[in-house]
Design a protein around this ligand. Structure first.
Ligand SMILES: [Zn+2]
Length: 58
């Protein structure tokens, strides 16, 4: 996914439980939620939740 802040960085969210860190995802119809929040420690340092396909900034 593309970073929602507009910095054009591509964020990789690992969904495989064998690898850390990983995110749990939940599909709700056509939208997706990710937990825990996505916290970039480098670059733009964005911190947000993806809930029902919407970005919720922390
Ligand atoms: Zn960004």
């Amino acid at each position: 996914m593309l970073c929602p802040c507009g910095c054009k960085q591509i964020l990789y969210t690992n969904l495989i439980e064998d690898h850390h860190p990983f995110w749990k995802y939940k599909l709700n119809g056509k939208t997706i939620s990710l937990r825990p929040s996505i916290d970039r420690l480098v670059g733009c340092r964005s911190h947000f939740f993806l809930t029902d396909g919407k970005i919720i900034w922390c």
